[in-house]
Design a protein around this ligand. Structure first.
Ligand SMILES: Nc1ncnc2c1ncn2[C@@H]1O[C@H](COP(=O)(O)OP(=O)(O)O)[C@@H](O)[C@H]1O
Ligand SMILES: [Mg+2]
Length: 249
């Protein structure tokens, strides 16, 4: 379970999150929707522990552990995973090398033995196949020359391998065609688990037809201004965000 209480965050003196409250229970898929610039990506970065953000107030707890006191590696080891809105291209780092390093770093921090190469290969190949990721893609440098959809699928592959307890997907649907959207959504749905929670950030209701959320939250001006069930996403699609912009003012 992730508990965010009264989170206040600034960057370069500008307040981006302004007393944000949100709880995502074990097994829950929570969607966050909201206009551009409302702070959705900032929230995902702050949970993952990216630097540059000044946390002025509030609490951030994963299963009762205080994430704010942990560096990004420790947060990842504790089970936080962020699928980026814009996955980075990393020339010179082979995709397989990266995946193996990520898995082994996590295992080490949990006091588990490193994976044997054959075991690692078996896991990667099985996950890659179900996500439509070709052997050729796996041989390239991480994300280099991947299409937008391929990058997003690579994010889901990492998620499948790392088996995190709290997954944040930041606009995973942007730049995806219908087929890629279906593959990515199926990948996410396959990972739904009573012990895992998801925060799905999206602009459009479309994604939520594929990844059906338990709860929907509207974010405006750095706060959650309304929460409801999946019907709230349909209402937003019909009416836009205008009502909520006013609420946050
Ligand atoms: N590095 C930064 N420096 C200054 N302002 C930033 C920075 N990153 C984000 N912001 C501002 O924070 C606000 C929220 O941005 P963001 O979290 O990306 O919103 P969203 O993902 O909801 O579109 C925006 O007004 C944006 O301009
Ligand atoms: Mg964003």
């Amino acid at each position: 379970m992730i508990e965010i209480r009264n989170l206040v965050v600034e960057i370069e003196g500008q307040r981006i999150l302004d007393g944000l409250n949100l709880t995502v229970r074990d097994g829950e898929v929570a969607a966050i929707m909201g206009p551009n610039g409302s702070g959705k990506s900032t929230l995902s970065y702050v949970v993952a522990g990216k630097e540059d953000y000044e946390v002025l107030d509030g609490e951030l707890l994963l299963d009762g552990q205080n994430l704010l006191e942990m560096n990004p590696d420790a947060r990842a080891a504790a089970g936080v995973f962020l699928a980026f809105q814009y996955p980075l291209e990393i020339p010179g780092v082979g995709t397989m090398t990266f995946l193996k390093a990520a898995m082994n770093a996590q295992r080490r921090s949990r006091g588990e033995a490193e994976l044997a190469t054959a075991d690692f290969m078996k896991r990667v190949n099985a996950a890659a196949e179900s996500l439509g990721i070709s052997k050729d893609m796996l041989k390239r440098a991480l994300n280099v020359g991947f299409s937008g959809g391929e990058k997003k699928r690579m994010e889901i592959l990492q998620m499948a391998l790392l088996q995190p307890s709290f997954c944040i997907l930041d606009e995973t649907d942007s730049g995806l065609d219908i087929d890629a959207l279906r593959i990515v959504s199926e990948g996410v749905n396959a990972l739904r688990d009573p012990k895992r929670s998801f925060l799905v950030i999206t602009h459009y209701q479309r994604l939520l037809n594929h990844i059906v959320p338990d709860t929907v939250h509207v974010m405006a001006k750095g706060r959650i201004v309304k929460s409801g069930g999946k019907e709230l996403a349909l209402e937003l699609e019909a009416n836009g965000y205008a009502d909520y912009r006013d609420m946050a003012a």
